[in-house]
Design a protein around this ligand. Structure first.
Ligand code: NAD
Length: 475
């Protein structure tokens, strides 16, 4: 029987591991400590990697159907404990019930769906003389490094394909949100052989030890572009395989023919889902000048009448807090910069320092300059610049004028124009008249400095394998 509000331990080689070094985890809605969790030493990491290497010898040779069944069983176990995971996720991450449900049930759906995927051998030639084929062999031990915005789902996006492919895994959650991942490790102890899925915990140092570890063959990382650069350079030493899912500064382009009132709620959620702590949040909203004022007004009205900011555990709450104090301090600098530069706020603009939690009201910045910090950078908090456009090629150039290339969206009734614009956007995913639609069968990844490689789909599964060519001369 798993206890969800206590006994947070690492899972190393199938064992329940506690440590003398610990750190505290806070509920961001109350700033209160809700758990004390283990902090791994290099020895703990070595044990986890050693366990994963030993388990790999057996796990990688199992028929894929057995691995698929185990991953699906983990999905079922998560589903059986969905309520406990949702409550825990809200407590550690801050997100309201609807967001917690989306993340937990999404994790269940991903585990079950990825468990149906496989990469059969490809026969390239089969004649009387020769046979040539490509097969996909598992890479080995995967180090999965996870951020704090979707702590469970982004761990599952790595764990599921890695295990199906035949790899074994060492997961490191963010130190701000380790609780659901530690409990997932505990669930897995009854389902997976020892060593197949290890969950260690610790801060950024532990991430560095992982990227330097000679026993880890691949790093699957989700986090900021800045950290991604460190991961990439540290991994160079042992030529680790890499999947990097990094930052974004997604543009949304709104065409002149939209209906302002009906589209405003969708645009709001595009930008403020997960309290804008979302790699794929719309971070620049380009609105055609003919509907700019109307949409601005509709967004302000929606925010002021529909959006309650508070503790995610309260049923009325629409947006929760910022997840942690350093991020809260970072978000504040964008508010201060907008004030210092004299930009105007269409709504919001103030942050209360002494609130019960790290709360920030959703804020709209009214047409700031294109070279402002709020347009150029990723605030990762609920402050959104509204920007005017009039010329199609100009708005496409502005949308693409960024080092990021994660996602983008186009909104309009003229589907031809929307597709024409969408096709010119430099982003891994372009949504038209919708946003944040993901699927285990749809590749997800970033262009430019938003990442390397992808997650989900058979392309994502392939990232946990080496391709191997076998040629046979029939004598
Ligand atoms: P972060 O980069 O600070 O941390 C991510 C993880 O990396 C944490 O577990 C952290 O402990 C670890 N880490 C830190 N330094 C490390 C190092 N030198 N070596 C190895 N590991 C290290 O990111 P965050 O603040 O937790 O998350 C927010 C960022 O993540 C945003 O930029 C956001 O856009 C990005 N993100 C991207 C995606 C995507 O799929 N592209 C999804 C979610 C979040």
């Amino acid at each position: 029987m798993i206890q969800f509000d206590a006994n947070y331990a690492m899972t190393i080689n199938g064992d329940f591991v506690t440590t003398t070094e610990t750190h505290e985890v806070y509920n961001p809605a109350t700033k209160q400590v809700i758990a004390t969790v283990p902090d791994a030493t290099p020895d703990h990491l070595n044990d986890a990697v050693e366990g994963a290497r030993e388990a790999f010898a057996h796990w990688s040779r199992l028929p894929i159907e057995e691995r698929q069944a185990a991953v699906a069983a983990l999905g079922q176990a998560l589903e059986d404990h969905q309520q406990e995971f949702m409550r825990l996720l809200t407590r550690e991450q801050g997100k309201p019930r609807a967001g917690a449900e989306w993340e937990v049930m999404g994790s269940v759906a991903w585990l079950k769906a990825i468990a149906t995927q496989s990469l059969p051998e490809e026969i390239l030639e089969d004649t009387a003389e020769r046979k040539v084929l490509t097969r996909y062999t598992p890479l080995g031990v995967v180090g999965a490094i996870v951020p704090w915005n979707f702590p469970l789902l982004l761990a599952v996006w790595k764990i599921a394909p890695a295990l199906v492919a035949g790899c074994t895994v060492v997961v490191k959650p963010s130190p701000y949100t380790p609780l659901c991942d530690l409990k997932l490790g505990e669930l897995a102890r009854d389902i997976l052989p020892p060593g197949v899925l290890n969950v260690v915990n610790g801060g950024d140092e532990l991430g560095k030890w992982m990227t330097a570890h000679p026993g880890i063959d691949k790093i699957a990382f989700t986090g900021s572009t800045e950290t991604g650069r460190h991961v990439m350079s540290a991994s160079a030493k042992t030529i680790k395989r890499l999947t990097l899912e990094l930052g974004g500064n997604d543009p949304a382009i709104v065409l002149p023919d939209v209906d302002a009132k009906s589209i405003a709620p969708e645009l709001f959620w595009a930008a403020f889902q997960n309290n804008a702590q979302f790699c794929n949040a719309t971070k620049r909203l380009y609105i055609h000048e003919s509907v700019y004022d109307e949409i601005k007004q509709a967004l302000v009205e929606f925010i002021n009448t529909q959006v309650i900011v508070g503790d995610g555990a309260d049923s009325d709450t629409v947006l929760g807090p910022i997840q942690n104090q350093p991020q809260f301090e970072k978000v504040k600098t964008y508010f201060q910069d907008c004030r210092d530069q004299g930009y105007s706020f269409a709504t919001g603009g103030a942050i209360e320092d002494n609130a019960a939690g790290w709360f920030v009201s959703p804020t709209l910045v009214d047409n700031p300059p294109e070279d402002s910090r709020i347009v150029r950078e990723e605030p990762f908090g609920p402050i959104l610049p509204l920007l005017k456009w009039s010329d199609e090629s100009d708005v496409i150039a502005r949308a693409n004028d960024t080092v990021y290339g994660l996602g983008a969206s186009v909104w309009g009734k003229d589907l031809e124009a929307a597709q024409r614009i969408g096709a010119q956007l430099e982003a891994g995913t372009v949504w038209i008249n919708e946003v944040h639609q993901y699927s285990p069968f749809q590749a997800f990844g970033g262009h430019k400095q938003s990442g390397l490689g992808c997650e989900n789909s058979l392309h994502g599964l392939m990232e946990y394998t080496n391709w191997q060519t076998i040629t046979l001369k029939k004598r």
